[in-house]
Design a protein around this ligand. Structure first.
Ligand code: ADP
Ligand code: MG
Length: 347
C-alpha cells in the first residue's frame, strides 16, 4: 500500500560499509556549539555547560514497527522523536543524537537513504546534531537504536519522583490518537491484503495517521513552562499510555494520583474513530500508547499560570500514597488505575 518511491535498488555491498556511512551522513552539518567533533573520528566530542542527560531507545522490525505500512522516512523521523521525547520529559534541552543500524541484505542503499531523510528532517526541525552511530548487518530485518543527549541545569531537571500531595496533574496535547491511527493502518492493511485493488480510504483520518506515523516530541512544553515561570515537580513522557505512566509517577514519587475521566483531552476524531471501532475512548487514552505527550505535576500555586493555556489540561491531582491511584468516572465512581499500557511484550 505504500508505493515504492525508489525503484532503484543499489545493494549496500556496492558502496561498502564506509562508503554507505559517508553517503548517508555527508548532508549532516552540526549546529550545536557543544558539538566539538561530530561524525568522522573514533568518537564524537561534546562539551555541555550543564549536566548531560542521556537516553536510548531501540526499534526492532516486527516488534515496534511494520514496514508494510510505515514508510522508512517516517520511521527515521519517529526513531529520533521517541528519544527526544525522553530528553524533554527530563525538562532538558536536546543537543545530540547517535543512530545505530542493523540492516539485512533486503535493504538497498535507497532504503537507507529514505530512513536518513527522516532522521535528517527530525534533526533539522529540532536543532539536534547527528554525531555518530554504528552500521552493521542483520540476518533478519531492521534494527534502529538511537541515543539522544541533552543538557539542563541540575536544579531544573525534572524526575519521575518529586510529585507532592496537593500538586496538580497536567498533560499536554490530546491522547489516544496515535493508537487509533494504528488501528486504521492495520484495518487498511487487512483490506488491502484481501483485495489489492482497494485503495486505502484514509482521508478522514489524517490527524490520527499523522499522530501514529509522524509523532512530534513536545520540545515546546518545557520552553512554554519556563516562559510561564513554572518548574514541574515531576514529569514523564507518554509512550505507553496514561495509566502506566501515572503508575510510574506515583511509584517514584510515593504518592497517590486521582485522575478525572471528564478532563482527559480527546480530539473529536479520536472519539468518532472509537465509536466506529466499538472502543471506549477513555480506555484508549489510558492504554493506547505512543502519544509522546508530557505528563507532569505542578504545585497548586502555579495553577493561575497554566490554567488558560490551550496546550495544557489539568486532569487530576496528587494525594497521599494511602489513597492509591484512581480514575474518577463521569458518573462519580472511583476505579483503581491498573497498568494496562501498551508494551511490546504483551503479545
Ligand atoms: P569505528 O570502526 O571506529 O566504530 P565506524 O566505521 O563504525 O567507526 O564509523 C565511522 C564514523 O561514522 C564514526 O564517526 C561513527 O560514529 C559514524 N557512523 C557509523 N555508522 C553510522 C550511522 N549509521 N549513522 C551515523 N553515523 C554513523
Ligand atoms: Mg563502529
Amino acid at each position: 500500500m505504500i508505493e515504492d518511491k525508489n525503484p532503484q535498488r543499489t545493494p549496500v555491498e556496492r558502496l561498502g560499509e564506509f562508503g554507505l556511512i559517508d553517503h548517508i551522513t555527508k548532508t549532516f552539518q552540526p549546529v550545536q556549539p557543544s558539538t566539538l567533533k561530530s561524525i568522522g573520528d573514533d568518537a564524537a566530542v561534546i562539551h555541555h555547560e550543564s549536566p548531560t542527560v542521556v537516553t536510548t531507545d531501540m526499534l526492532v522490525e516486527g516488534v515496534h514497527f511494520d514496514l508494510s505500512y510505515v514508510p522508512l522516512k517516517h520511521l527515521g523521523y519517529k526513531a529520533i522523536m521517541v528519544n527526544l521525547s525522553d530528553i524533554y520529559a527530563m525538562n532538558a534541552k536536546a543537543r545530540q543524537v547517535t543512530v545505530s543500524l542493523a540492516l539485512s541484505n533486503r535493504f538497498p542503499v535507497e532504503a537507507v537513504e529514505e530512513l536518513y531523510d527522516g532522521i535528517h528532517l527530525a534533526c533539522k526541525n529540532y536543532g539536534v546534531d547527528l554525531i555518530g552511530g554504528d552500521t552493521t548487518s542483520s540476518l533478519s530485518g531492521l534494527v534502529i537504536s538511537v541515543t539522544a543527549v541533552g543538557e539542563q541545569q541540575a536544579e531544573k531537571i525534572t524526575y519521575r519522583k518529586g510529585a507532592q500531595d496537593g500538586d496538580l496533574l497536567l498533560v499536554s496535547g490530546d491522547l489516544g490518537a496515535a493508537y487509533m491511527g494504528l488501528q486504521i493502518l492495520e484495518r487498511e492493511k487487512a483490506v488491502f491484503k484481501a483485495n489489492p485493488q482497494n485503495q486505502p480510504d484514509i482521508e478522514a483520518y489524517s490527524y490520527l495517521l499523522e499522530r501514529q506515523l509522524k509523532p512530534e516530541a513536545r520540545k515546546d512544553i518545557p520552553e512554554l513552562l519556563e516562559g510561564l515561570g513554572v518548574l514541574p515537580t515531576s514529569m514523564i513522557d507518554l509512550s505507553d499510555g496514561l495509566s502506566s505512566e501515572i503508575i510510574h509517577l506515583s511509584k517514584n514519587s510515593e504518592v497517590g494520583i486521582r485522575l478525572y475521566e471528564e478532563k482527559i483531552p480527546l480530539d473529536p476524531t479520536v472519539i468518532s474513530a472509537c465509536e466506529e471501532f466499538g472502543l471506549d475512548s477513555t480506555t484508549i487514552a489510558l492504554s493506547g500508547g505512543e502519544d509522546y505527550e508530557l505528563l507532569f505535576t505542578i504545585g497548586q500555586e502555579d495553577f493561575p499560570k497554566v490554567k488558560a493555556n490551550p496546550n495544557l489540561t489539568v486532569i487530576g491531582h496528587v494525594m497521599d500514597a494511602s489513597f492509591g491511584n484512581h480514575l474518577v468516572t463521569r458518573g462519580g465512581e472511583q476505579i483503581p488505575i491498573q497498568a494496562m499500557g501498551w508494551n511490546s511484550f504483551q503479545e
